[in-house]
Design a protein around this ligand. Structure first.
Ligand SMILES: Nc1ncnc2c1ncn2[C@@H]1O[C@H](COP(=O)(O)OP(=O)(O)OP(=O)(O)O)[C@@H](O)[C@H]1O
Ligand SMILES: [Mg+2]
Length: 258
């Protein structure tokens, strides 16, 4: 059964002449345990789509079923709860709170669960050790390297044992050595049974994914399964997209002439 199921999902920003269709009637089904890489040019709607899937934002129209529950119309309180229980986020710029230590940042998502401070910090400490940062518990974000900051962010994303990890260009600000550490961590998390959706501009990183989606103008124009360690070929994705456009134009022309 699909863990994520989207039907004709759209997100429209603005009004009148200033309207942007950021996500355009997307149908998408993701099974539990998939590792989905999302590619596509800037402005094609990748982040918007992830924000909706991650319950940070609501679709304008269409249906979103998460774990078979129709969450598209959830009000903010219910949406926040579902997000907390099921989803972990990793962002390009880490999004750590500057005035909190690594340990406090990781413990933060537990604050809503009514656990005592000591229990929360203990749990966060275990999670930081898992990402290899036991020795950095009391460091503030500005004292960490980019790679370390992202590992803290991953520990924070995992603290509530979410079933889905959403990562928007998680290695976008990292050098290649730190990127590798982060990707290997995501690989471990995936092996542990998590479903992962990751936006990336780097085709090399699709080697970690089991499926690649290519977006253009708010639509998923290519949806391709990847074998183990197989990388998506960005030229091929673009070509597949262009051919599809041509076929669509032809069809349209045919329909107009009929
Ligand atoms: N809050 C907003 N208000 C108005 N328009 C928005 C908003 N957020 C996104 N958009 C528009 O929606 C479209 C898709 O944006 P989105 O951020 O999803 O693209 P993206 O594929 O993630 O791009 P990038 O690769 O640059 O991160 C863009 O045209 C953008 O300008
Ligand atoms: Mg984006």
């Amino acid at each position: 059964m699909a863990i994520i199921d989207l039907k004709k999902l759209s997100k429209v920003y603005g009004f009148g002449d200033a309207t942007t269709i950021a996500v355009d009637e997307i149908d998408l089904s993701v099974e539990k345990g998939e590792f989905v890489a999302i590619m596509g040019p800037s402005g094609s709607g990748k982040s918007t789509l992830l924000h909706i899937i991650g319950l940070l934002d609501r679709p304008s129209t269409g249906q979103y079923k998460l774990d078979n529950r129709n969450v598209s119309r959830f009000r903010s309180g219910k949406r926040a709860k579902a997000r907390r229980d099921k989803i972990g986020f990793v962002f390009q710029n880490f999004n750590l709170l500057a005035n909190m230590t690594a340990l406090e940042n990781v413990a933060l998502p537990l604050a809503y669960k009514g656990k005592g401070t000591l229990r929360r910090l203990n749990q966060a400490s275990v999670m930081l050790a898992k990402v290899g940062l036991q020795a950095r518990e009391y460091y503030y974000p500005h004292q960490l390297s980019g790679g370390q900051a992202q590992r803290v962010a991953i520990a924070r994303a995992l603290i509530n044992s979410p079933s889905i990890i959403i990562a928007d260009e998680p290695t976008g600000n990292l050098d290649s050595a730190s990127s590798k550490v982060i990707m290997e961590l995501l690989k471990e998390i995936h092996k542990g049974g998590n479903t992962i959706l990751m936006v990336t501009h780097n085709p090399e990183l699709t080697a970690y994914a089991s499926r690649v989606l290519y977006m253009h103008d708010g639509k998923i124009v290519v949806d391709q399964a990847l074998k183990k360690n197989e990388k998506a070929d960005i030229d091929e994705l673009q070509k597949a997209h262009q051919e599809q456009e041509k076929a669509n134009a032809k069809k349209k022309k045919g329909a107009n002439n009929a």
